[in-house]
Ligand binder design. Structure first.
Ligand code: NAD
Length: 484
């Protein structure tokens, strides 16, 4: 089976992804006052399990290699996605697991950090074959409690979606038929199989909420040389998959941003007047790439568009795409890391020196794990959010509306409510609205916590270091409370 490698080459003089995360961690830790030895305990990855298993496909046994890495168990279960990609390796999975630890601490989800990956190019297999491969991988992890509602709870990542999560949940239930909490063994499931409304788009939605919160901070905006609102801002996005598509679509449709560039595997589209995100996505689904899309300039050298003139750059595909080779040429004054690790440690140094503001991955893409947390709670409580309160809330609103109507009868038509207000006010919140509210609140509070460190400490000059400090401080507090 041929395996396509499409990852852009990171210059060989750069550290690996895991080393890059550690370098950024070290920069933050140098500004903290941790008890001796605790720094190393937090930084290192606790364990990585490698599995090699065979699946009989197309008349012969094919052997696959997969990983599940547990970075920190200061809280359990540990949490982190499962990635399907041909280049998955131990270093990458460990880097991603470490980022999960810091991310969960930053957005206050009660989890340690983990990540999994399987070396497979999903586009080379049909649905039935992928189900066999996924179930077999899940079987190996489940029997070692590396998938378990109280110990280790995966979610989707690059190359996986709610479909794979449904197979994993079903596999777990087959192996633990009496576990009443079985559905909580994995998040990101379809809503008809134990999932929660709003999870599919949660990471992209979180990117939108993160940008909105950034734009509410006038001083922070000014540091990026930006002013006003998101309306009309020029955005280039790399990767129109789950995260990139939803982020770009919401920013375009709800905030009036102009998506001037879209970079995909087979090149990039550019149109200074803006691209229609939904129509580009529909084109990709039909044609397998962006090539041939009308109403835009196309270049086969997609990565070059990372260097295009724009206000905001959203790398939402994979790690290491902004590196020593192109960091000097990036024109955006604000980069929001929707992907994990898109900027190498070396590029981070260059961009910081150039005054580019970077909203770091551990915060920017935390919307996924936040809504995963809601899904996990929903699964454990066995009840949909809002089911108990919704009609009661509506009844209380009805009381107020009736009273206002009674008053307006006395005061005359001028004082009557608009029908739109009445309808909107009367409606109790459903699950999707509650999920969005919880996500918005989480993204706002987490941003405020890092922005505060950024502003209050003279030795902290960037949001990434501030985010690491907030996260590491919380993990350290958790270890101290345990008596370690
Ligand atoms: P996905 O597989 O749905 O989408 C990835 C997209 O990137 C695809 O459209 C793919 O064609 C494109 N792509 C791949 N290689 C490319 C290249 N060289 N140049 C340009 N485009 C390329 O994956 P996703 O779930 O959207 O994840 C994207 C990133 O976001 C990853 O770094 C992942 O770890 C991170 N992330 C995802 C989630 C989630 O909930 N899915 C949560 C947090 C972080």
């Amino acid at each position: 089976m041929s395996v396509v490698t499409e990852r852009p080459a990171v210059p060989s003089n750069e550290p690996t992804f895991r080393q890059s995360v550690d370098l950024m961690f070290n920069r933050a830790v140098a500004l903290m006052d941790l008890p001796p030895g605790l720094e190393e305990k937090i930084r290192v990855c606790n364990a990585t399990y490698t599995v090699r298993f065979g699946v009989r496909l197309r008349g012969k046994i094919q052997t696959f290699t997969g990983y599940r890495s547990v970075h920190s168990e200061h809280m359990e279960p540990v949490k982190g996605g499962i990635r399907f990609a041909p280049e998955v390796n131990q270093d990458e999975v460990e880097a991603l697991a470490a980022l999960m630890t810091y991310k969960c601490a930053l957005v206050e989800t009660p989890f340690g950090g983990s990540k999994g990956g399987l070396c497979v190019d999903p586009r080379q297999y049909d649905e039935h074959e992928l189900e066999q491969i996924t179930r077999r991988f899940a079987y190996e992890l489940i029997k070692r409690d590396l998938i378990n509602p109280s110990q280790n709870v995966p979610a989707p990542d690059m190359g996986t979606s709610e479909r794979e999560m449904a197979w994993i949940a079903d596999q777990y239930r087959r192996m633990h038929t009496t576990d009443i909490n079985g559905n909580a063994c994995v998040t990101g499931k379809p809503t008809n199989a134990g999932g929660i409304q709003g999870r599919t788009e949660a990471t992209g939605r979180g990117v939108q909420y993160a940008l909105r919160e950034f734009f509410r901070h006038t001083e922070d905006k000014a540091k990026a040389g930006l002013a006003g609102t998101l309306d009309g801002k020029r955005i280039v996005v790399q990767g129109l998959g789950n995260v990139g598509f939803h982020a770009a679509k919401f920013l375009q449709e709800e905030d009036g941003a102009r998506i001037t560039g879209i970079i995909e595997r087979d090149g990039a589209l550019f149109n200074p007047d803006g691209l229609d995100v939904q129509s580009v996505r529909d084109w990709i689904v039909r044609h397998g790439g962006v090539t041939g899309y009308p109403d835009a300039n196309h270049t086969a050298e997609g990565a070059q568009v990372l260097e295009a003139e724009c206000d905001i750059l959203i790398p939402a595909a994979l790690e290491g795409v902004i590196n020593l080779g192109n960091a000097h040429n990036i024109k955006a004054s604000l980069i929001i890391e929707a992907a994990n690790g898109p900027i190498t440690a070396g590029a981070d140094d260059i961009l910081r020196e150039r005054g580019v503001v970077i909203i770091p991955d551990m915060y920017a893409n935390a919307g996924g794990v936040t809504v995963s947390y809601f899904e996990w709670v929903k699964n454990l409580s066995h009840i949909r959010f809002g089911r108990m309160q919704r009609r009661q809330e509506e009844a209380r609103h009805e009381l107020i509306v009736r009273e206002l109507e009674r008053l307006s009868d006395h005061l005359g038509d001028k004082w009557s409510m608009t029908p739109d207000f009445k309808a909107r006010y009367l409606r109790g919140a459903d699950e999707l609205e509650l999920v969005r509210s919880g996500l918005d609140d989480t993204m706002r509070i987490a941003y405020q916590s890092i922005s505060e460190v950024w502003h209050s400490r003279k030795d902290v000059t960037d949001l990434r270091t501030a985010a690491f400090i907030v996260a590491i401080d919380r993990v350290a507090a958790s270890y101290r409370a345990k008596g370690l």
